[in-house]
Design a protein around this ligand. Structure first.
Ligand code: N01
Length: 551
């Protein structure tokens, strides 16, 4: 593996992160993160002949797919669509094995992309960016790393991941437990052997739903600590049929174009009619058919399941009947039944999830409302009962969308900190640029469809927009770009107003920052649809980057 090491370059610094003079070794662009977004960004920048490099904390590429290597980790968007489309050769030569890829296969794919496009030579692995300061005199970013480097670059681009800063429960005695504690989002590279162990899993979101069946198969006993049950839908994963793959590949670009024109950048069987217009019998038939499609697409059995309360109640009734068919103990089935509307949290795609609760070595512990009460030396205290454990797995999620940005000490113009700027919630223009922070771009974060659409497609769209913008600036003699405050304020309002129309804003979840104590409650993604978002970004570009100022 090739990487740039700190002593291969020299930089001058005045000690506070802002370089006192322009360094000859300055980069055109520094990108933070070597996941799908960062790698594509790098590919574009290097392809334009720019001096660009990625700083990556992990020892390898992959981003979220490097860290989330827990057993059962798998994508919930179909492999043939959850992949890059910028290279016809790449999409023709790569052969996905399953309808929904497991983490090892996705990681192999990303590693293949890094090798195939010769990107590793531009990546510094094992290094974390700690601070970035915009030097107004030199119109450059001064970037510091935990390796003690002081780097400079004209553009500072964050591809830090929207679900990458892990969070642990802030519960009494967090550090008292004497056994090992793992987080799904930072899973050990060599894996963990739970054979013969009593294991506790906290959390039943997408990560918990995926890991629970695997731990149950290995451990002597598994206790699942559930605060809020979810509407888990079987993924209906299966090996891909070679004929089906050949068919897609024979006309891949058409499928890709259809995907890009779609609100979530993902094509699947979708119905537009109302559940209320169907007879009970028709509905049952339709729901059963779409259940076989499974996963996220199940919600498209009718066009109004996520927008009409009465239709939503109908899908909840059907979902309950399916879950109750699987779970043998009615008391457990009751505990597994959510009381929220269907779809307000991201719907986990599961495999053998409900079946797991029929196993004699699995206990479901209801910690509704408060969550786990206390960690003790021996395990977890919940509802006045101590559960003795050998290991604890936190499937407790992430400080989503903003956590990995604000963990870097970023200072823009006039000494303004990103932490202060985003105190009441994230602000940016078209989800890409923050007023007061020139020549800084943030990929797949707040204010864009990112987490509500297919991430790889979003990464390419934003990577293209940023690269094209930099190309345009160079052609037009512009040195810096900055989002106008007025445009930013209007965009923040638009994101908020659209968010209020989305079912996703109606309950406590990471979409609204409710999972992190003290985080402002703001619906962060752009809910107007990927296709509309792309049109807005393109319109801005076509109009000489309307809403931005240049120097
Ligand atoms: O995290 P989450 P995640 N005591 O925040 C519980 C993507 N993803 O890692 O709901 C007890 O959804 C918490 O309970 P509650 C996907 O976008 C995708 O699972 O807050 N429980 C919840 O059950 C997903 O949405 C895939 O009441 C506590 C869980 O921990 C996103 O990542 C796979 C607790 C956290 O769920 C995040 O998913 C994995 C406490 N003190 C992830 N604190 C795919 O399928 C928290 N919880 C592609």
């Amino acid at each position: 593996m090739q990487s740039v090491t700190p002593n291969q370059r020299t930089h001058t610094s005045n000690g506070d992160g802002a370089n006192s003079q322009s360094s000859t070794n300055s980069d055109d662009a520094l990108v933070v993160g070597a996941g799908f977004a960062g790698l594509y960004m790098l590919h574009r920048l290097v392809g334009m002949g720019l001096k660009a490099r990625i700083i990556e904390a992990a020892p390898d590429v992959g981003g979220t797919w490097y860290w989330n290597r827990y057993p059962g980790a798998r994508c919930d968007i179909e492999s043939m669509q959850y992949s890059y489309q910028f290279s016809e050769e790449l999409q023709q030569e790569w052969n996905w094995k399953e309808r929904y890829s497991a983490q090892p296969e996705i990681l192999s794919y990303i590693q293949h992309v890094a090798d195939r496009f010769d990107l590793r030579q531009h990546i510094e692995f094992g290094t974390r960016v700690t601070a970035a300061t915009f030097n107004e005199d030199q119109s450059q970013w001064a970037v510091q790393t935990d390796a003690g480097e002081n780097l400079t670059a004209r553009f500072f681009i964050m591809a830090v991941g929207c679900l990458s800063t892990t969070i642990m429960p802030q519960t009494e005695g967090t550090f008292d437990f004497k056994g090992p504690v793992y987080h799904t989002g930072k899973w050990p590279v060599g894996g963990v052997d739970f054979t013969g162990k009593k294991v506790g899993v906290i959390g039943t979101g997408s990560s918990g739903v995926q890991i629970i069946p695997h731990i149950a198969e290995q451990a002597e006993h598994l206790s699942v600590f559930q605060r809020t049950p979810g509407y888990v839908v079987p993924a209906q994963n299966r090996p891909l049929d070679p004929d089906e793959v050949a068919e897609i590949k024979s006309n891949y670009s058409e499928l890709r174009a259809e995907g890009r024109a779609h609100p979530i950048a993902f094509i699947f069987p979708m119905h537009k009619d109302s559940a209320l217009d169907a007879t009970e019998e028709e509905r049952k038939e339709r729901f059963e058919k779409q259940w076989k499609v499974g996963g996220l697409p199940f919600a498209a059995a009718y066009g109004d399941l996520l927008t009409n309360d009465d239709s939503n109640k109908l899908v909840v009734e059907f979902w309950k009947s399916k879950m109750q068919e699987i779970v043998k103990d009615p008391r457990i089935a009751e505990m597994l039944t959510p009381d929220q509307v269907y779809g307000c949290k991201r719907i986990p795609s599961g495999t053998n999830y409900f079946e797991t609760y029929n196993r004699p070595n699995v206990t479901l512990v209801d910690v509704g409302g408060t969550g786990v009460e206390k960690f003790t030396e021996k395990g977890i205290l919940a509802k006045d009962e101590e559960h003795e454990l050998d290991a604890i797995v936190m499937a407790t999620g992430f400080d989503a969308l903003t956590g990995s940005v604000i963990s870097i000490n970023i200072t823009g113009k006039n000494g303004e900190k990103i932490n202060d700027k985003w105190r009441d919630g994230p602000a940016n223009y078209i989800g890409l640029a923050v007023s007061g922070f020139p020549n800084m771009f943030n990929m797949l974060g707040p204010g864009c469809p990112g987490v509500l659409a297919t991430m790889v497609t979003g990464a390419e769209q934003q990577g293209d927009w940023i690269a094209d913008c930099i190309g345009w600036m160079d052609q037009n003699g512009k040195n810096t770009i900055e989002a106008d405050l007025d445009s930013e304020t209007a965009w923040v309002k638009e994101v908020h107003d659209l968010g209020m129309t989305s079912i996703r804003s109606t309950c406590s979840s990471w979409y609204v920052g409710a999972n992190v104590p003290g985080k402002p409650h703001v619906f962060m993604p752009y809910a107007g649809g990927f296709n509309n978002y792309v049109a807005r970004c393109n319109d801005t570009a076509k109009n000489n980057y309307k809403g931005f100022s240049f120097s």
